[in-house]
Ligand binder design. Structure first.
Ligand SMILES: C[S@@+](CC[C@H](N)C(=O)[O-])C[C@H]1O[C@@H](n2cnc3c(N)ncnc32)[C@H](O)[C@@H]1O
Length: 294
C-alpha cells in the first residue's frame, strides 16, 4: 500500500500534516507535525531542516500515517513517541506511567534550593520519591546529586519496571532502588529528602479532564479521592516519621491545594517553610515541610 505522504517532500508533508492537525483543532499542530515527521524519519529538528527537499519512502509514509491516525484519535505526542524529556533526561513511558509534566520540575528546583541551603550538593544524601512513576523526579535529583542514593516507590510494578529502565539508561542504576509499596510503607529512615508528586485530581473532576489526560494517563496516577487529598493524608505522616531532623518533604500540589497540604504537614509535626514555590503559570506547585531539628 502506498501511504498518502509517499513521494511528497519532507517540507510538503510537514505542511500537509500541520493543516490536517489544525483542522482537527489541535493547538500545537505545527510543533506536533514536526515532531511526528521527525520520529517517522528518525531525524531531529536540524536533520529535518537539512532533509526538507528529500522525498518520503512508502515505509516512512506508512509510519507517518499511523502516527497521524493516533494523534487525530487524541493520543498525546509523548505517548506516540513512547518517551518524554524531563529535566534534560529522556524518559521511556508506558501505559502504566504518567507523562511527566514541566510543572513538576518545580519540585526538583525547590529540592535543590533547599539542599543547597543546607550544604554542598556533593555530600552523601539518602532520598526517596513516593509514587515515582517513570522515575522523573527521582532520576532528575540523582542526576544533580552525585553522591545521593535512594528509593523510588510506586503501587504499580509496571511503572517501576519503566523507572528502573530509565535509571539504567541515565547511568543511575547503582544509586537507585525501586520498591513496590503504598507510598513510604516499605521504607526505613532516616532520609535527607523525601519528594512526591502523588495523584491529586478530585475523583469527580476526572471525567472533565482533557481527553489526552483522561484517556491516556493511568487512573492510579490521577485520582486523589473525593477532595483530591487522599494521597497526602497517607504519605505526609509516613514521611514525617522517616525524615532526619532538619530534612524536608516536598510535594507537588494541584491548584488550590497548597493550604490544605500545609495544614496536613503541620498536623504531622512538620514546619511548613519556605512559602510554596510557584510554577511558570504562578500557581503554588511545590510545597515543603521540614522536620524540626532536635
Ligand atoms: C501523578 S503520578 C506521578 C509520577 C511521577 N512521580 C511524575 O512526577 O511524573 C502519581 C504516581 O503515584 C503512583 N501511586 C498511586 N497510588 C500510590 C500508592 N498508594 N503508593 C505508591 N504509589 C502510588 C501512581 O502509580 C503514579 O505513578
Amino acid at each position: 500500500m502506498t501511504g498518502a505522504f509517499t513521494n511528497q517532500t519532507v517540507e510538503a508533508a510537514r505542511r500537509a500534516l500541520t493543516a490536517r492537525l489544525k483542522t482537527a483543532a489541535i493547538d500545537s499542530a505545527e510543533l506536533d507535525a514536526r515532531i511526528l515527521i521527525g520520529h517517522a524519519l528518525g531525524l531531529d529538528l536540524t536533520g529535518l531542516i537539512a532533509a526538507a527537499q528529500r522525498r518520503l519512502t512508502p515505509d516512512e509514509s506508512t509510519r507517518l500515517e499511523e502516527f497521524v491516525r493516533r494523534r487525530l484519535a487524541g493520543e498525546p505526542v509523548a505517548r506516540i513517541l513512547g518517551e518524554r524529556e524531563f529535566w534534560g533526561l529522556p524518559l521511556q513511558l508506558s501505559s502504566a506511567t504518567l507523562v511527566p509534566r514541566p510543572d513538576t520540575e518545580t519540585v526538583v528546583e525547590l529540592a535543590l534550593e533547599l539542599l543547597r541551603a543546607g550544604g554542598d550538593l556533593n555530600r552523601p544524601l539518602r532520598i526517596a520519591d513516593l509514587g515515582t512513576g517513570s522515575g522523573a523526579i527521582f532520576l532528575a535529583l540523582l542526576s544533580e546529586l552525585p553522591a545521593a542514593k535512594g528509593f523510588g516507590t510506586d503501587i504499580s510494578e509496571a511503572a517501576l519496571r519503566i523507572a528502573a529502565a530509565n535509571a539504567a539508561r541515565a547511568g543511575l542504576s547503582e544509586r537507585a532502588a525501586f520498591i513496590a509499596c503504598n507510598y513510604a510503607c516499605g521504607l526505613s529512615g532516616p532520609f535527607d529528602l523525601i519528594v512526591s508528586n502523588p495523584p491529586y485530581i478530585r475523583s469527580a473532576d476526572i471525567g472533565g479532564l482533557a481527553a489526552e489526560v483522561r484517556d491516556h494517563d493511568p487512573r492510579a496516577a490521577l485520582d486523589g479521592g473525593a477532595d483530591g487529598l487522599d494521597a497526602y493524608r497517607t504519605l505526609i505522616p509516613q514521611a514525617a516519621g522517616l525524615l532526619a531532623p532538619g530534612a524536608a518533604l516536598i510535594v507537588e500540589a494541584g491548584e488550590g491545594q497548597s493550604g490544605p497540604i500545609q495544614a496536613l504537614m503541620k498536623a504531622a509535626g512538620l514546619k511548613a517553610a519556605p512559602a510554596p514555590k510557584a510554577d511558570l503559570a504562578g500557581i503554588p506547585r511545590a510545597v515543603a515541610g521540614h522536620k524540626m531539628a532536635r
